[in-house]
Ligand binder design. Sequence first.
Ligand SMILES: [Zn+2]
Length: 128
Amino acid sequence: MQMKKMEKRIKAIKAKLALIGEMRPGSLNEQLTVCGRSNCRCMAAKRPRKHGPYYQLSYVHQGKSTSQFIQKEWVGAVRSQLANYKHFKALTAEWVDIRSNPCQGKAPGRQRASQERNSCTQTKTACY
Ligand SMILES: [Zn+2]
């Protein structure tokens, strides 16, 4: 019965994963910059106006922290790719969670998972 519930949950996760579009990891930051030219608006003594915003994507690739500028017209697409990646990570984490829990399938939600963990420790069973 619980096993069935688990399989059902995983099936639902797989279905959601199949629908995820383009994705990429990282975070997008908006930046305003000062160019340093003394006659530029960004250096004006009164109400300086900085350049930008520029969009910088930061991510870790092969263990190295990297960043790249994103053109304004791509910001919307990049934002949705980042959101897709978060969704992907959450789904796979849930999948792994279900599979790693020896109290099989009793904990579909995060909150209940932690309650489960507590009760397992209290009863000194092998869970977690
Ligand atoms: Zn400037």
